[in-house]
Design a protein around this ligand. Structure first.
Ligand code: ATP
Ligand code: MG
Length: 462
């Protein structure tokens, strides 16, 4: 195929990925004399042939001019980032971010430009973008502009900073973490010079707002090539997740493991489905192992109690990252019981469910974690995957049986316990949990009279 044909194929590929609404956004600006280009992730992903819903547009129009133009055409707009020249327009239910061609001023805080100035052409605008694969612009009639050879890097699978990497990371520390995230999403290698500059400037990530860090870490963890990213960027990630340092190179010295703690963790994350909850649990499930380690006289390593230490460290990590309390509690529960041996019987499954607050989805996440954990150990441990499959089958039976496995399903409530003379406070929860366990163990039925008698016995025995 000739070069021209290649270019034509690429142009067709990107153009056909654009929705009618995106084309309308471009033509609405262009019809009144402004220039408008599709930029960023959409161009990158369209060239790779993977779907991307998020279309960013760069335009010569100032945001107020763009706003007037879209309003005249009858489209709603939102002033989402006008300080930096960004306006959002809604066309046929799709939202597009339209940003004025701009260049960034100096960066005294290593994160945000002190000022932005608007420039008149797309070439200047592309220079401020982070990586060559993200610094291409496309227009259905004028084709692709690629001043930094992003397409070559895309084909070679390379993440390379635009311009001088050291300067680009000093301007904005978030770019360092974005590079790690793209390594995970795309499976690309880091260009050596870019890699070196990431390492040199890694502490600058700590100047970035915690919400942005957490968002990028979420994307990184849910990437298709997360094992690769965690392994090749761990020395950079350590500056925001110092808990991983002790895990790196930590020899487990047990016949169950063939990887050090960190590589085992990286495989477990990779082997779970790409959802945020289970991936965070996978990342954190074994971080307490180095502190729990001891060897017997025969030199075999043991990690008794490591889940509790992991839980403790995990809480610290997630609180630091300002995650929501509800999310933190779910991850903590998974970390706490990830290593519990749960026989595949209805009673044991109900017991485990009770520990998970009766949340059946959390139990399925636990099975995902157990499967991934087994697959990331020595080959003779892989058969434990079937045990997790079996647990999920028993869970389905338990759900179908309508048996009680949560406090919600119990035939008495906290109010009944208080009425029996227990003062309001944590003891009420302890009694309810004990009553639930007695029901699960079939010592008593889930019946108000039997439960009432159970509570009264408890009160009497105190
Ligand atoms: P995706 O939307 O798939 O997560 P993306 O590359 O589109 O990936 P966005 O955050 O939507 O990422 O940003 C759009 C574009 O803006 C990027 O492709 C890049 O060109 C530019 N960009 C975003 N953040 C930065 C940054 N911190 N520094 C420099 N350029 C950036
Ligand atoms: Mg985007």
């Amino acid at each position: 195929m000739t070069h021209t044909n290649d270019a034509r194929t690429d142009r067709n590929r990107i153009a056909s990925a654009l929705s009618p609404a995106a084309l309308l956004a471009l033509s609405t600006l262009e019809d009144v004399g402004y220039e408008a280009w599709v930029v960023g992730g959409f161009v990158r992903d369209a060239l790779r042939g993977v779907p991307c819903s998020d279309v960013d547009i760069a335009s010569s129009a100032h945001w107020q001019e763009a706003q007037a133009c879209f309003r005249d055409a009858g489209f709603k707009t939102r002033e989402t980032g006008t300080k930096h020249g960004t306006l959002t327009v809604i066309i046929q239910g799709e939202a597009f971010e339209v940003t004025t061609f701009r260049t960034d001023g100096s960066y005294s805080d290593n994160r945000r430009p002190d000022s932005v100035s608007f420039v008149s052409n797309i070439q200047e605008d592309l220079k401020r973008r982070d990586f060559t694969i993200n610094a291409m612009a496309f227009h259905p009639k004028r084709g692709l502009i690629d001043p930094f050879h992003g397409q070559e890097d895309l084909e070679a699978g390379i993440i390379r900073a635009v311009g001088n990497p050291d300067q680009r990371f000093r301007e904005d520390g978030l770019r360092i973490l974005r590079a790690c995230r793209f390594a995970s999403q795309l499976g690309f290698q880091l260009d050596p010079e870019t890699r070196q500059a990431m390492w040199v400037n890694k502490v600058l990530m700590n100047r970035v707002s915690i919400e942005r860090i957490t968002h990028e870490l979420d994307l990184l963890l849910c990437g298709q090539h997360v094992h690769h990213a965690l392994m090749c960027t761990s020395d950079v990630l350590e500056s925001i997740l110092p808990e991983i340092t002790a895990c790196k190179g930590f020899d487990q010295r047990t016949p169950y493991h063939i990887y050090d703690v960190w590589e085992h963790i990286a495989y477990v994350v990779q082997n779970t489905p790409p959802n945020r909850l289970v991936r965070w649990a996978a990342l954190l499930h074994d971080i307490g192992k180095p502190s729990a380690f001891f060897t017997h006289e025969d030199g075999v390593g043991h990690f008794y109690g490591h889940a509790r230490i992991s839980e403790h460290l995990a809480r610290g990590v997630m609180c630091r990252l300002k995650m929501s309390p509800g999310f933190i509690e779910k991850v903590i529960l998974l970390v706490r019981i990830h290593d519990d041996v749960i026989p595949a019987t209805p009673r044991s499954v109900k017991r485990a469910l009770a520990k998970l607050g009766g949340n059946t989805e959390l139990f399925r996440a636990l099975c995902d974690l157990k499967r991934a954990d087994a697959l990331s150990q020595a080959p003779h441990c892989h058969e434990r995957v079937e045990l997790a499959d079996e647990l999920e089958r028993v869970l389905d039976q338990v759900i179908a049986s309508d048996d009680t496995f949560s406090l919600k399903g119990l035939a008495i409530t906290g109010r009944d316990v208080i009425a029996a003379g227990v003062p309001e406070g944590p003891e009420v929860g302890v009694i309810l949990q004990a009553a639930l366990n007695a029901v699960i163990d079939e010592q008593i039925g889930n019946d108000p009279t039997e439960l009432q008698a159970f509570v009264e016995d408890w009160v009497r025995s105190q």
